[in-house]
Design a protein around this ligand. Sequence first.
Ligand code: CTP
Ligand code: CA
Length: 227
Amino acid sequence: RLETENKKDLVGKKVLVSAGSTVEPLDPVRYLSNNSTGKMGFAIAKIAQQRGAEVTLVAGPNQLALPNRVNYQPIKTARQMEQKMLEFYQQADFVIMAAAVADFRPAKTAEQKIKKQELDQLTLRLVRNPDILAELGRKKQKQLLVGFAAETQELLHNATQKMQQKKVDLLVANDVSRHDIGFGTSQNEVVFLQPDVAPELLSKRSKEKIADKIFDLLMDLNRQRRK
Ligand code: CTP
Ligand code: CA
């Protein structure tokens, strides 16, 4: 059990979190997606709710049990996620993009099932999805914004660039080339990056503990801001 079960320091705070993958349809029965199961984002929603926050969870299709007392907003595509994030963004205090948003979607979705007959090969044309986090960064007012970075190489370099380009206050970087952590597992090892602060490695631990640490850092930032 985490000590946070009694810590109610997020009472009065509104937390908006995205989780899981997005699903981009090719035809009525096929889609493009990725390996995200939603565990990290769900852990964030659960810990925020336990610490007393009012939580909205925008999530792609998943197999997870819903955390108690959260405003659950299921979506499928990146563009649906974008709409939901924008809908709840203005009122939010802390916004965390933990979702693995598909970077591209099929340029068109066939209305009927694609038939293989007479096709020896099939080329899919993909177009870019909106970068939701970058858009939230551009529209940021009082919110504290948290992004994730999934990297397979040059973790610090790539993650630092994402932090700066997307104007996030806290970036959680993880190495997705490792199989013992991250996608689908219940643990992760991450590096926290903040503008003008030295990177901080958080050794391997449960996603709940990582979520807890994210809110500790956000509450620190919140206090610094009021000074
Ligand atoms: N993200 C987003 N919208 C997208 C793609 C990513 O909001 N269309 C967010 C993710 O939720 C995450 C952060 O941006 O918080 C970084 O995602 P990541 O996939 O690591 O980086 P990208 O900017 O998409 O770059 P690339 O995949 O090319 O490394
Ligand atoms: Ca991406």
